[in-house]
Design a protein around this ligand. Structure first.
Ligand SMILES: NC(=O)c1ccc[n+]([C@@H]2O[C@H](COP(=O)([O-])OP(=O)(O)OC[C@H]3O[C@@H](n4cnc5c(N)ncnc54)[C@H](O)[C@@H]3O)[C@@H](O)[C@H]2O)c1
Length: 415
């Protein structure tokens, strides 16, 4: 298969619009691998808005649908869908597409529960279709460099990671209520999957999670949202009483013996924090914020600090892969200076290109069903451990053997 992938974008909310900009960036950077043929959203206004932006900025007016089943019947030569609905519908819509022989890229979290992830994986396998998960953080050129530094043991074998993200007190994330509702995939799931993926990507398998979790904020109100959400929020209520935990403080044990200290909270008032520090036998790393372009800071015993380009000297063989080189325009860099939106669109473009190549070359995408499952299991391990008040094995959560916290979510969606 050498022609472009014929794709439908399903879910035209805030992230759906960002994905469209990822497609625009893909084409702008010379990758002619994905053709947008249709958009779909149960809210016709959302779908129409994204279709209009596509016409204006991509030069393509996609067909508009409000029902995926109808789209799959009507779009006879479709190859793939990009599933960017909110998590509660991921398994139903993905399985519908797989049953029609269509490949699927799904935004994280892959499923609304671990069980939903298994349903998706089994359906993809049964139907012989590609399943990719849109985890964007790891594709950041700074995280590619960070992984090369760790893999080359520049700081020795890592034994400790401190990971903190505390921000957003009182506000509704992206103005969307579902991010604070347990049955629809709350905040710890929304952000926890990103960090489960990143920690596994950088440091390998996580064996055990021991977390305390809580809802500290009883009320939240909309305090603005990015421009990508403006069409989406017209009829969305502006306040909520959350029923999904927004805070987790955890210790982690990695398969290689390393420990982690992990804090994730959207109850952070005052000065927020986003840090990722990794300690090894010979030195330490302060990782930059994901999608910031900021430099890595690395300190070895008895040596000056390495920052940005000087970190590159420590990994002379490291270069970015061809997709990132094509999108970012450099072979490697110790830092880069781009606006957030531009970085965001390039990383989404990366996901499309990897997905298209996986279909064309009949290979696995970088983040496949198993990767999406582990990231989702990490996020739910926080919740399961907090609920049970004891450590949980990540592999047992991933196998759906520990699921007491998720029971009512599974029941709600009939799983
Ligand atoms: N990787 C990232 O950085 C990142 C950032 C934001 C969101 N996301 C993920 O993207 C997904 C969407 O998030 P969002 O912020 O755009 O949410 P959103 O609520 O803004 O958009 C979801 C859209 O899906 C539509 N929808 C719901 N059910 C549908 C169905 N059955 N058929 C068709 N359309 C349906 C809704 O009407 C809405 O327009 C989530 O899984 C979220 O976690 C990822």
């Amino acid at each position: 298969m050498t022609q472009s992938i014929r794709l439908a974008l399903v879910g035209c909310g805030g992230m759906g619009l960002r994905h469209l900009h990822g497609l625009i960036e893909l084409k702008r950077c010379g990758f002619d691998t994905v053709d947008l043929v249709a958009v779909c959203d149960i809210n016709a206004d959302h779908a129409a808005h994204v279709a209009d932006v596509s016409q204006d900025d991509l030069g393509i007016k996609p067909q508009i649908y409000t029902d995926l089943a109808q789209l799959l019947v009507s779009e006879k030569s479709l190859d793939a869908i990009d599933l960017v609905t909110d998590p509660i519908s991921h398994h139903t819509l993905a399985c519908m597409a797989f049953d029609a022989g269509i490949h699927v890229m799904i935004e994280k979290p892959m499923g609304v529960t671990v069980r939903a992830c298994h349903v998706i994986i089994e359906s993809a396998k049964r139907n012989g279709c590609k399943l990719a998960v849109a985890e964007n953080y790891r594709r950041d050129p700074m995280n590619r460099l960070l992984k090369a530094v760790i893999d080359n043991e520049i700081i020795g074998v890592p034994y400790l990671v401190l990971h903190n993200h505390i921000a957003g007190g009182g506000s509704i994330m992206s103005g969307t209520l579902w991010r604070h509702q347990k049955h629809r995939g709350g905040y710890l799931i929304e952000m926890g999957v990103h960090y489960g993926d990143m920690l596994t990507y950088l440091l390998g398998d996580i064996d055990e999670v021991y977390a305390a979790t809580a809802i500290f904020e009883e009320h939240r109100a909309r305090r603005g949202a990015s421009r990508f959400y403006q069409h989406r929020l017209k009829n969305e209520p502006t306040s909520i009483q959350p029923d999904a935990e927004e805070t987790a403080a955890a210790t982690l044990k990695f398969g290689n013996g390393a420990f982690g200290q992990f804090t994730l909270s959207m109850a952070g008032h005052g000065r927020g924090v986003r840090t990722r520090q990794i300690f090894g036998a010979k030195g330490s790393i302060d990782a930059p914020g994901d999608r910031s372009g900021n430099p890595i800071r690395l300190k070895l015993d008895d040596a000056d600090e390495f920052i940005g380009d000087s970190v590159l000297d420590l990994v002379p063989d490291f270069t970015l892969d061809a997709i990132n080189q094509g999108l970012f325009g450099f072979e490697r860099a110790g830092s880069y200076d781009l606006p957030f939106e531009s970085i965001d669109h390039k990383l989404l473009a990366y996901e499309y290109q990897d997905f298209a190549e996986a279909i064309r070359e009949d290979r696995s995408p970088e983040v496949d069903g198993d990767g999406g499952l582990i990231a989702t299991a990490f996020a739910y391990a926080l919740c399961e451990s907090g609920y049970l008040g004891k450590p949980v094995s990540l592999s047992a959560v991933a196998a759906d053997e520990i699921n007491a916290y998720q029971a009512e979510i599974n029941e709600n969606v009939g799983l």
